[in-house]
Design a protein around this ligand. Sequence first.
Ligand code: 2AM
Ligand code: CA
Ligand code: CA
Ligand code: CA
Length: 259
Amino acid sequence: MHAMLNIAVRAARVAGNIIAQGFEHRDDLMTESKSENDYVTRVDKEAEQAIINKIRQSYPDHSFIGEEGGVIDGDEDFKWIIDPLDGTTNFVRGVPHFAVSIALMHKGRLDQGVVFDPIRNELFTASRGASAQLNGYRIRCSNAKELRGSLLATAFPFKNKEQELAESLQLFSKVYPQCGDIRRGGSAALDMAYVAAGRLDGYWEKGLKPWDMAAGALLIQEAGGLVTDFNGGHEPMKTGSLVCGSTKLVPALLKTFKQ
Ligand code: 2AM
Ligand code: CA
Ligand code: CA
Ligand code: CA
């Protein structure tokens, strides 16, 4: 395993322990609302700090950006992008579906990625050019060629519902009649890991942040799939709009969106 991926995995496991313990003792989460329907807990913050501390032990000069405010300026060539707990709403409500997401960008390219589900002990990893793995076994995106029969995932806007819900429902109503079925899991990182593992054929969502998708994007690319934005462009991390899946399914989805 690549040395930097190895460090990312160790950091993800440390955070995973904090999260799993927090999940068993949910009376003590100190949940706060960042905005309506958007929560953060003591566990999100502790997990992020633990990840950054762990990585900095090995790479003190690197730069960091984490969802819970963990911005550290350093060597811009090595930038860690961290979502310590993706799926906080599930976590707070006792739904055991959430993950740690850690990615490393090297000179602006995704280089290493880890998505770790501490409840199921599923570790999804990818290094650029070296395939994607689940618990050490190679994974691949599905070979779905069309919407018919496909299992997809998406999400609905939980903020700014007034502005964004109509568009979201419009896309849903275009895709849903043509596909097999659609899931709404509540963890973007796990949705993407499941696309990489071929459990889902595709996934789309708008309004994502870089830490929601960075590790998942590398997983999917290394698993032989496609990651684009809603226009088929290659900057979903900049636009926050994401369409991903098997190589044939993504163009089919984009076409369906435009119909
Ligand atoms: P978070 O748990 O790290 O905040 C995409 O749906 C992403 O939006 C999720 O991965 C989740 O990341 C975030 N999110 C925040 N609040 C949410 C909510 N109420 N429902 C669903 N997702 C939410
Ligand atoms: Ca959050
Ligand atoms: Ca997230
Ligand atoms: Ca989070």
